[in-house]
Design a binder for this molecule. Structure first.
Ligand SMILES: *Cc1c(COP(=O)(O)O)cnc(C)c1O
Length: 821
């Protein structure tokens, strides 16, 4: 809720044209996503245009949700009627949203801290917010909302009762910071650091720095670390010295903040300009966290907090785990474990996430007190609105304040004074096929509840990063014409990632088609509530009934198959959507050039078969040596499909490119592409490995550690011999889990605390041993089998296979856990 404004004020703030105007209530809520409409009458809907979507497509659904005030783009104007609504138009709705945010900011008179820099922005913002919130109500950006769109949304979150604002700003090219500065208008600036990585969008590091510093052009103070001479020089040149507040580990700056390691963590010693000393304790020992903490300390001092207050806040800080995790819950439930900060914005994000999960019987929320300074009744009133909006069926509340919801959300709610009493009375049998969101402030230790409600997780898990999938999808999408459709291959258990969660995400990302290899895979997805069209690449003749029943679309690859399917549909008196596989060189399945004439004739015989698409598959799209052959394939595809098209009434889509092809042959996108391994973070061409994000991390834990002496043998066949006195660890992953036996005897390695430990001896069925000599490790420590720092490509290379095989080999007995970072 922002300060109310009416139509006249809106016209003044954003300089809009009136398209139609009805008498209107004042507005105090701005919505950009039609799914987030909580109460329509006082909302203004501002549709935005992104690279993958256009909010203007959802104007009607916002209207149906009760919104009567719209601020839209003037071209093209909506061509439907919105009776009794007011519609205003601007040339650019994003710019208008930014102006509204700027207006909301101008009404706020408390201090606002604006943070930018290459690394640590989000963590510094979160920590700073947490320390200040102990004594003052803080408005801050949710998650890492720091873009041209995220910043205005964050600043629109400033409300009357807030005392301090903390916002982060991120930019990716020139001319962006000026806009963000106008919106945040920080009174205190904080520059975290300048990374070394080359960033696209900037010609040089200096240009990048100059652009970032624009955030501080009007701020009263600028906090930075005085050390990196290049950065310091530019800062000194650019700003007057009264504005600068510098800190460093060594004396000579405004604040000296030196660090000493202790048994339990680190001690940060503050020497103030008057030479008085003060000490802060923290459990963190890594350099990045210690830098971030010192930024937080200086910002709090600048705000005027007492060192003692700051020290208490610092001591409580934990690493910011911005993770929403999807886990398999008991009795077929889905568990959403949200360890992200428990504030109102975070709750909104989690509820929105819940909304997009596969349909289940009930929506259950387990929520603790929010522990947020400010007016509790007002806060819980908003929460109650959210719970109604998102149709929460059952609420378990833990804490004192949350019982305010007793009145606002009476339904099926239960309240407990503390976590323990909830865990004591929890009856596992009361959950069945439910969607359960667990969200608690850290001190409530909701891990206990998660443990009680999750299916047992064995030592080995495959973590799948849903944000990385989203990123990779958008990466490929950005390389296509806006109208090219995308079919995503989720065959083979979605390349090992687990099909239902990935398919569910693709549904949200508005993929056009999914494809599986076999009918059973399609039936499985339908049973899990996936609604997207699904193509079955290799349908069996026995599965026709299942295809029909579950609206699956088979590929037809031979004349005899066509006849059988055609006859089946005729007998059933039921149409079916089909796809044609044209063989231009793969020589696997599909029609060849010589079949085309008869194929076209036969298709006319079976009017119940609707031809939705025709495709061919490239055999060497990733390899320049096959360039000629690939072009030949593409030409025969055009030739063959052209002949078919000219003889049928349907207007099938044409598609040929797989992931590698999208990159190498963009001129041949036709109507659709088929994205496979690229979605999972691998560019087999090797061009874009850095632009893509790794999706899965295979992790295990140490079961046992043994001390062995030089010459002792390890495992079956005595294949491993200890090269020197040392230690080995047993890890519960073997070839039955998909850890290839070819990794035996030093071919493969795993990471423990970031250090490589080679496999020693033969990989067993359910376990393997690694040599951890020289690495400090304990039973229960985490082991990374592959992931961000062990690339699948190099692992595959080392045993002479391809990443596809390693991905798809991960056994289904390995639990999949999904998260958003
Ligand atoms: C698996 C498959 C793809 C995807 O291939 P990637 O190399 O993983 O992109 C595309 N088309 C067909 C027919 C496939 O079987």
């Amino acid at each position: 809720m922002i300060q109310p404004f009416d139509g006249d004020e809106l016209l003044r703030i954003v300089d809009a044209k009136t398209i139609q105007r009805e008498s209107m209530y004042s507005m105090h809520r701005i919505v950009t996503d039609s799914r987030q409409i909580v109460s329509g009458t006082n909302s203004l809907f501002i549709p935005l245009k992104g690279s993958n979507y256009d909010g203007h497509d959802f104007i009607l659904s916002a209207y149906q949700g009760g919104v009567r005030n719209f601020l839209v783009n003037e071209t093209p104007l909506p061509d439907y009627e919105l009776p009794k609504a007011s519609i205003f138009a601007v040339s650019d709705t994003l710019a208008a949203l930014q102006k509204l945010a700027q207006w909301n900011r101008s009404l706020f008179h408390g201090p606002v801290i604006g943070i930018t820099g290459s690394n640590g922005k989000t963590i510094v913002k979160e920590w700073l917010g947490q320390v200040i919130a102990k004594s003052h109500a803080v408005a801050k950006s949710p998650k890492s909302y720091n873009s041209q769109f995220g910043v205005p949304l964050s600043v629109l979150g400033i409300e009357e009762y807030h005392k301090v604002g903390v916002f982060e700003a991120g930019i990716s090219k020139t001319a962006e910071m000026e806009k963000l500065e106008k919106i945040i208008h920080p009174s205190i600036g904080l520059f975290t650091n300048l990374g070394t990585a080359h960033e696209e969008g900037f010609r040089s590091k200096t240009e990048k720095l100059e652009e970032k510093l624009k955030l501080f052009s009007r701020s009263r103070y600028l906090i930075y670390r005085e050390e990196n001479t290049e950065v310091s020089q530019i800062i000194h040149k650019r700003f007057s010295s009264e504005k600068l507040i510098s800190w460093s580990g060594i004396p000579g700056t405004d604040y000296t903040l030196s660090v000493k390691k202790t048994d339990t963590g680190s001690k940060i010693i503050l020497m103030r300009p008057d030479l008085s000393l003060f000490t802060f304790h923290t459990g963190f020992t890594d350099e990045a966290s210690l830098e971030n903490l010192r930024h937080v300390i200086v910002a709090c001092l600048t705000l005027g907090l007492a060192p003692k207050e700051i020290a208490e806040g610092i001591q409580e800080l934990k690493s910011v785990e911005m993770r929403l995790t999807i886990k398999e819950g008991i009795h077929n439930s889905i568990l959403i474990d949200d360890t992200y900060n428990n504030d109102l914005a975070g709750l909104g994000i989690a509820l929105e996430f819940l909304q997009h999960q596969r349909p289940k019987k009930r929506k259950i929320l387990i929520l603790s007190d929010l522990l947020q300074a400010g007016s509790a009744p007002e806060l819980y009133e908003k929460i109650s609105q959210l719970l109604h909006h998102y149709h929460i069926d059952v609420l378990y509340g833990v804490g004192q304040e949350i019982s305010f919801l007793r009145h606002g959300f009476p339904g099926n709610s239960r309240f407990y004074p503390d976590t323990n009493s909830l865990v004591q009375s929890l009856d596992p049998n009361s959950f069945d096929n439910d969607l359960i969101l667990i969200k608690g402030a850290r001190k409530f230790e909701f891990e206990q509840i998660v443990n009680a409600l999750q299916e047992r997780i064995h030592g080995t898990t495959l973590e799948v990063n849903l944000n990385a999938i989203r990123h990779n999808f958008n990466f490929y999408k950005s390389r296509l014409h806006p109208r090219t459709k995308i079919m995503v291959m989720v065959k083979a258990f979605a390349y090992g990632g687990g099909p239902e969660e990935i398919a569910n995400l693709l549904q949200q990302l508005r993929a056009d088609y999914l494809a599986v290899a076999y009918t059973d895979e399609g039936v499985y997805l339908r049973n899990k509530g996936i609604r997207l069209p699904i193509v079955v690449l290799n349908p069996e003749r026995e599965s026709f009934m299942n295809l029909l029943r579950h609206r699956l679309e088979p590929v037809v690859y031979s004349l005899s198959f066509l006849e059988e399917l055609g006859n089946f549909c005729q007998t059933q008196n039921s149409p079916m959507d089909i796809h044609l596989d044209l063989d231009t060189g793969m020589h696997r399945l599909g029609f060849e050039m010589k079949d085309i004439h008869i194929l076209a004739e036969s298709l006319i015989q079976y009017p119940s078969l609707k031809i939705r698409s025709m495709y061919t598959h490239l055999v060497g799209a990733d390899d320049p040596r096959h360039g000629e052959f690939t072009l030949e394939q593409l030409r025969s595809f055009q030739d063959m499909s052209g002949q078919i098209k000219s003889r049928i009434d349907d207007k099938p889509l044409m598609h040929a490119l797989n992931s590698a092809g999208i990159i190498r042959y963009p001129a041949y996108q036709f109507d659709m592409v088929r994205l496979g391994i690229g979605l999972y973070g691998i560019d087999v061409n090797g061009f874009y490995d850095l632009a893509l994000k790794p999706v899965s991390t295979l992790k295990s834990t140490i079961s046992q550690i043994k001390t062995l002496s030089k010459g002792q043998s390890i495992g079956y066949g005595r294949a491993g011999i200890m090269p020197e006195d040392g230690m080995i660890a047993t890890v519960p992953i073997g070839y039955a889990d998909g850890y290839d036996r070819r990794f035996s005897n030093g071919k493969g390695y795993m990471l423990i605390h970031g250090r490589p430990a080679p496999v020693i001896g033969n990989v067993c069925m359910d376990m393997c041993m690694i040599n951890i000599t020289g690495i400090e490790a304990r039973v229960g420590d985490e082991v990374t089998v592959y992931g961000e720092n062990i690339s699948l490509k190099s692992l595959a290379n080392s045993i002479g296979t391809i990443p596809y095989e390693l991905l798809t080999n991960i056994s289904t007995r390995v639990k999949r856990v999904y998260f958003l970072d």
